[in-house]
Ligand binder design. Structure first.
Ligand code: ZN
Length: 292
């Protein structure tokens, strides 16, 4: 994780620190090339910044031009870096994040689609740390969550399209405190799907504790609390989650939860994942079978 001495500790401090494109670009350069510029074409380390175009480097060896956002999830984005940074800061550090609709209003973005795409790309980057598997004693259980389709205004509106989806959750139990969590939208309620979740989210030597296996009434009390918070967030901030993008909302919820004891580090860490995540197009995010 990048350590910088001037990490903002409030939204006001953030806006002072990252108020213009140059401040954001300069920070991004430090995130992408902490040991100095490296040309993605030839690996050369010598380059100069073009005076005519802002934050584009030309390799002294092969002549390739590289922008500070090239090859990252922000590639070809028409949005200013200040917009990306503001959205990343709010989504990473504010207790409830922000909905695409709120973001569109706050930043006066041209369309809901632009705001939605920005949120969705950031959620993609938030899924990156989930490669680190849960370990030790891990409480696991399932629940059902109500979804809304594209055309429902909100879950609970009485629409017949309202569907329920099985969600499995896991939480590390560390000296009676909660550790990291994981949430996954399940294709079905089968033992095979549960097994697949355990294999991809728990370390091989972790001990899974489920309510069914132990027979104890409160064996999953902690994970039930997570489910409860998730459902409140889904309804209050997003007015219900859409089935198709359920996992990406879970990734956001999990990211913030797992960073909750170190909120100020959540933002630079997210920017690191944003800078390290390959470009993602709208088509990739909405195509059938897209994993977002
Ligand atoms: Zn080069």
């Amino acid at each position: 994780m990048l350590e910088l001495p001037d990490l903002p500790r409030s939204l006001t401090e953030f806006e002072q620190r990252f108020g213009d494109e140059d401040a954001c670009a300069e920070y991004l350069v430090g995130v992408r090339w902490p040991d100095g510029f490296v040309c993605p074409g030839c690996g050369g380390g010598k380059a100069w910044r073009l005076e005519s175009k802002s934050w584009i480097y030309e390799c002294a060896h092969c002549g390739r031009q590289t922008s500070v956002t090239a090859g990252t999830i922000m590639h070809h984005s028409k949005l200013p870096l200040t917009t990306w940074f503001w959205a990343a800061y709010v989504m990473a550090t504010q207790p409830n994040g922000i909905s695409a609709l709120q973001l569109q209003r706050e930043l006066s973005l041209g369309s809901y689609k632009t705001a939605w795409l920005l949120c969705t790309k950031l959620r993609r980057a938030m899924a990156a740390p989930s490669r680190n598997l849960l370990s030790g004693l891990v409480e696991v259980d399932k629940t059902e969550i109500s979804c809304r389709s594209k055309h429902d205004r909100a879950a609970g509106s009485g629409s017949s399209d309202l569907g329920k989806l099985v969600v499995v959750g896991a939480v590390e139990v560390q000296d009676l405190r909660l550790g990291r969590i994981r949430l996954s939208a399940m294709p079905d309620d089968s033992a095979v799907s549960l097994r697949a979740f355990l294999v991809s989210n728990l370390a091989p030597d972790a001990t899974a504790q489920t309510s069914g296996a132990s027979g104890a009434h409160n064996a999953s009390a902690r994970v039930q609390r997570i489910f409860s918070d998730l459902k409140v967030w889904a309804l209050s901030v997003h007015h219900g989650l859409r089935r198709r993008h359920l996992q990406s909302y879970f990734d956001e919820f999990v990211y913030r939860f797992n960073c909750r004891r170190n909120r100020h580090a959540a933002f630079p860490a997210l920017l690191g994942f944003v800078a390290g995540h390959p470009p993602t197009t709208y088509g990739m995010l909405v195509s059938p079978g897209a994993k977002v």
